[in-house]
Design a protein around this ligand. Structure first.
Ligand SMILES: Cc1cc2nc3c(=O)[nH]c(=O)nc-3n(C[C@H](O)[C@H](O)[C@H](O)COP(=O)(O)OP(=O)(O)OC[C@H]3O[C@@H](n4cnc5c(N)ncnc54)[C@H](O)[C@@H]3O)c2cc1C
Length: 494
């Protein structure tokens, strides 16, 4: 057991750094001293503009005013992700944040849907999900009590970091601008003692949070924690990002599979964020740029920016007295917009296990165990999108279809294929709804379903489905368009 932790030093001021600073300062207040160091000379990664529904929850925990945040970040609402060309060229489905249908205590809704399909009636699986239908109709509204839409945001990453910085500084965080030149360690234990800046200043602390991005200045360059490479399962390793003029603002992200990766479209209030994620073994940078530019819907506002990365994770997120959050802790893939969530859940976990009395092995081990389990669930979910595909038009897609996948995912695929069973494991982010939407969307149709679904009379099943569909259609019809709702609720134009 070490000395009590009173001084926390955050290295890096991208989304990860400022999310961490805001959460620690708003929750722990005067109990600890928080310093953040960032360099104006070293740019942030500048992407990371789509989120998942844990973000509104996290903001509520921090008492962040939603309208203020949305105005400050040019944010829009997000109800899911439209996956296009993933199952096969020309096919698309929407992975929404909602619940589909109505479960019984014995069997999930999709068993009843499969039964109806076998009997030759019923609509598409997505016809029974409010969020999905609202997204397709380009509708959105907030509702106070139960029955509201489950949503997330699209936001401008740079503006968001600035917004969180204002909150953090108001809550007592001290920001230092400067370039970290050297990281000092205790000669015996190797624990980090201070950050030395290139102008001679020194910042010492008890606990250090590495938010320096892919370089992992503290966790890797200093502590040499090690990296677990996942590129055999997730071979995309580059992205080209470009912004375009606004062309409407649908309440969902678009993810369009291309020849060796996929293209994103994230609509903000004033512009659209776009990018192509690709595997450099299958596509050159020049080919990628041509593919990206050809696939844009609006006029580019800047030149495409190249980002290199490697999928995988740091062997320990918490090592000695250093915790890595954000890109310094590893990167799965932006496909399901989970990175900012991982920072938020990571800092929440840190708050729950905060080492007030000193960093200890049991605390560190528990933290790493939870972080590992959560990341593996996300990894499997993302690999699923690539692996379960009918596409064989390029070498990249043939590789993805034929590659071996983690045993945990192989078992899950078999369970769904043979029994239509899906589940949400312990510490797992994605719910049964998400697994089922993506497995069906990718074309994995189960051969059997729960016999309980046969217990419902055919006519009763038909009416059940019709009434669900009718109720959803009525709710969607009553909603305003997403654009008009954003305009009256949180327009950044004032
Ligand atoms: C292509 C792509 C798309 C993505 N899309 C999404 C998405 O849609 N949704 C999502 O949730 N996430 C997404 N992410 C991930 C997301 O961008 C990051 O998780 C998030 O931006 C956090 O980045 P960061 O703060 O860890 O690192 P960075 O933004 O790289 O920030 C690093 C910080 O460290 C500072 N720094 C570095 N070295 C030094 C030094 N020597 N001295 C002082 N300061 C230093 C820099 O100045 C900077 O402030 C995406 C990532 C990529 C690559």
């Amino acid at each position: 057991m070490r000395a009590a932790v009173r001084k926390v030093v955050i290295a890096g001021g991208g989304t990860a750094g400022w999310v961490t600073a805001a959460a620690l300062s708003r929750q722990l207040g005067d109990m600890i001293d928080i310093q953040l160091v960032e360099s104006d000379e070293i740019a942030t990664v500048g992407v990371g503009e789509a989120s998942i529904p844990t973000m509104p929850t996290f903001h509520r925990l921090l008492r962040i005013d939603e309208q203020e945040f949305m105005r400050a970040s040019n944010a829009t609402f997000k109800l899911g992700i439209s996956f296009e060309n993933w199952e096969a060229l020309g096919q698309k489905y929407l992975h929404s944040f909602g619940e589909t249908g109505k479960d019984t205590w014995v069997a999930d809704f999709h068993h009843f849907w499969l039964r109806a399909r076998e009997l030759g009636f019923g609509g598409e699986f997505g016809d029974y999900c409010l969020e999905l239908q609202a997204a397709l109709a380009d509708k959105f509204a907030l509702s106070k009590g139960a029955g509201g839409l489950n949503y997330a945001y699209h936001l401008d990453a740079g503006l968001y970091a600035g917004f969180l910085r204002r909150i953090s500084e108001a809550a007592g965080v001290t920001r230092t601008e400067g370039k970290i030149d050297r990281v000092a360690q205790d000669p015996d234990s190797g624990w980090i003692t201070a950050l030395h800046l290139d102008d001679g200043r020194t910042i010492d602390g008890d606990l250090f949070i590495d938010c320096t991005g892919f370089r992992g200045l503290l966790i890797e360059q200093t502590l040499q924690t090690g990296f677990e490479d996942w590129s055999h399962w997730l071979p995309c390793n580059r992205a080209l990002a470009v912004q375009t003029e606004s062309h409407g603002c649908v309440p969902y992200t678009r993810s369009i599979a291309r020849s060796a990766g996929w293209q994103w479209q994230i609509p903000l209030q004033n512009r659209v964020g776009n990018g192509l994620v690709y595997a450099s073994d299958y596509l050159s940078d020049a080919q990628a740029e041509a593919e990206l530019l050809q696939g844009l819907d609006g006029k580019p506002l800047n030149d495409p920016r190249l980002i290199h990365y490697q999928t995988g994770r740091r062997k320990k997120a918490w090592n000695k007295n250093c915790i890595a959050f954000g890109l310094s802790s590893g990167f799965v893939e932006p496909l399901e917009s989970t990175s900012i969530h991982l920072v938020m859940i990571g800092v929440t976990r840190l708050l729950q296990l905060f080492p007030f009395d000193g960093v200890s092995e049991p605390l560190t081990a528990r933290f790493n165990q939870l972080a590992d389990a959560e990341l593996e669930g996300i990894r499997d979910f993302i690999i699923l999108h690539y692996h379960v595909t009918q596409r064989e038009d390029t070498a990249f897609w043939r590789y993805c279809r034929d590659m071996s996948v983690p045993e945990s995912l192989a078992q899950r695929i078999a369970l769904f294929r043979d029994h239509a069973q899906a589940y949400q494991g312990d510490s797992e982010l994605f719910r049964v709804d998400s697994w089922v939407q993506v497995m069906l969307g990718q074309g994995l149709l189960p051969s059997h379903y729960h016999p309980m679904a046969k217990a419902m009379q055919t006519e009763q099943l038909r009416q059940f489905l019709q009434s669900l569909q009718g109720g959803i259609a009525k709710s969607v019809a009553s909603l305003p368009t997403h654009k008009s709702f954003v305009q009256q609720y949180c327009s950044a134009q004032g």
